[in-house]
Structure formats: C-alpha cells, structure tokens
Design a protein around this ligand. Sequence first.
Ligand code: ADP
Ligand code: MG
Length: 371
Amino acid sequence: MEIFIKSDTNSVFFRCVQDSNEAIMISDIRGRLVYVNPAWSKIYGYEFESAVGQTPRLLHSGLHSDDFYREMWTRISNPEIASWKGELVNRAKDGSLVPVMLSITPFRDSNGQVSGYMGIALDMTERRELEAKIAHQDRLASIGMLASGLAHEIGTPLGVIRGRAELMGMQFENAEAQKGFEIITSQIDRISKLIRSLLRLSRNFSTAHLETVKVRGIADDILALLSQNFTKLNIKIQNEIPIDTEVLADPERLSQILLNLSINAAQAMEARGSLPDGQSHSFIFSCLPEEEGYITVSVTDTGTGISKENLKKLFKPFFTTKGVGEGTGLGLAISSQLMREMEGEISVSSEVNRGAQFYLKLRRVPHLPHR
Ligand SMILES: Nc1ncnc2c1ncn2[C@@H]1O[C@H](COP(=O)(O)OP(=O)(O)O)[C@@H](O)[C@H]1O
Ligand SMILES: [Mg+2]
C-alpha cells in the first residue's frame, strides 16, 4: 500500500489528490492511515509522518457515541450501501473542534476485494460560524420588534401618568410638593425621550429621505441611550459637535450609524481595560474643519485600536473579532451601506493601542441664495 503511493507520486491521480482543497485520507483494510493529503494536515494539524500508521480514531472528539461509529461502519461494510456520508465533529491536534462533512468509501483491488477506505472531509467551521451569526442576527431582529411593541405599550400609560402628575402639581400651593411633581414629570420626559430614540432605531428602513438634520441632537440622543454603559465603564463622554451643524441626512440612518460606532467604541475601551498612568477613557463626537460641500463628523475612542491587517477587512460583512453572541460583524458593513445610501462615506484611522477614529463624511446643506 505504502509502496503503491510512494511509487506513484508523479501520476495525475496522485497530484489531484495531493493538491486537492478538500482533506483526503486513505486507510488500509484494518483502518490504519496510509496517506493523508496536505489539506488534511492543514485542518487537523497532524503532519503526514505523524498521521500515517495511526487510525482515524486519532480525530475522535468524544462528542459522538460508540453507536454512532458502529452505525457508520455497518453502512460502509454493507456491500449494498458501501459508503457513509454525514456531519461529525473531529478534534484537531491542538484540541480544537472541527465540524466536518465526511464521506467514506471503500475501494477495491483488481480482484474486487476491499483493500482500504478513503475519507474526504469538508471543513464546516466557517459555515457553522456563519449560521450561528445569522441566528444571532435573527434574534436581534425579533428583539427589535419586541422593543418597538413594548415602547408603544409603555408610551401610552406614561402619557397618562404625566398628565395626572402635572394636574396634581398645579393643585398644590406648597412649593415642596410642586417641586416633587416637577421631578416626576421631568423624569417621565426622560423615559419618553429614551423610548422615542429606541423606536426611531427599530423602525423599518425604507429608502433614504435626505433632510436637514442637526447632528448634535442626534448624537445627544445616542449618548443618552448609552450613558449607563459609558458611566459603568468610567468613560468620559464629550459631544463637541457645534449646535448649529446641519447636514443632509436621513435621521434614522444617521442614528443607527452613530449607535453602531458608539457601541463598538464602548466595547473596544472595555476590552482594552485601564489605561497607563491612571488616565481615563474618553469618547468624543466632533466635527473636522469643513470641506467644500461636505461636513465630516468624527467618533473617537481610546479603545484597543485596530491592526493594519484588520483595517482592510473592517467593513466586510461578518468580519468580527468578537465571540459569537457578542459580535455579528454586521455593524460596520451596515453602517457603510447606510452611508452610501445618504451619498456619504465612512472611513477610519487607527493603530493598535492608540484608540480609533471613525469619520462620517456627510453632505452639507447647500446655502440658499438670499432673496
Ligand atoms: N472603535 C473600535 N475600536 C477597535 N476595534 C473596532 C472598533 N470598531 C470596530 N472594531 C473592529 O471591527 C470589527 C467589526 O465591527 P462591527 O462591524 O461593528 O461588528 P461587531 O461589532 O459585531 O464585531 C469588530 O469586531 C472590531 O474588531
Ligand atoms: Mg459592532
């Protein structure tokens, strides 16, 4: 068997198997590996020399029962079926789990006797991760729907409470009691504002409607929404966008983008942990000096920063450095899509351990000639 393989290294068949993108292993009739190709070594981490002579049990992850393997071999040995194909989880040399789609077929010698088995394994890792992410995204979408329903349900009784509190406040002469009712109404207003921001975000996006938007107000809404998170992490927040800055944008889209950037920033600062010399983290919304026809809003953080290599992939869908359940890798992909829909652009500059700065280049409102 070994001799057959070694003497055959120049044949087209051998080259095909050797260079195949799919992991291929060949065992003798007793199940001992006589050949594995480089793709096999790549996904499992065992070199040819250390794999040959072992049995594929080397790859057992412990996640499948004995019955599972018994059933597999019953099918392979049954002359009428003579194959097994299915998904299973293997374990690579470094201990990591590798989900694969595996196909095993016996092969015969010139006398028709089974002389060994060939297994082809398709690495399903990326596919599994993608599926997990999409499932997570689905959950987020349904939570969004729930949130908007809930916001409506809360909004109505809040309005009633506010009206009553205001009325009752007016009936008291006592300054202290009046003050109490004022606090009640102002706190209710705070809740309503949060609910309105939530609603705006969960609303369905249709085509972009560009209108004159005061950016600072939108940024303030986002900061209000996230103030808890920022305070908890001890992050200093600053909104340096001038009050009268106006751009041509779709307010819902712009909120969504600023929210995505802010959440990423908070996560990056949390991931970096405390700064040297006891400095505190800071998060800044500001504007760059104006350019002809455009206004650039920047979002700056003091988080982990981004490596050169990752900077290239940042806006690609599903690119994430966060674990499943934490990141979907969709935030920036969606944000850049939304920016394009508003005839703007998103860009970034960052270095590892230097924080990150994202730029939103938005169209400015054209000055109308005075009449
Ligand atoms: N402010 C930031 N600082 C450092 N890294 C960032 C920042 N924003 C985004 N990133 C990197 O870009 C990746 C993609 O971001 P995003 O598209 O929002 O997806 P997600 O946040 O779900 O991972 C993140 O996983 C992270 O590695
Ligand atoms: Mg994100």
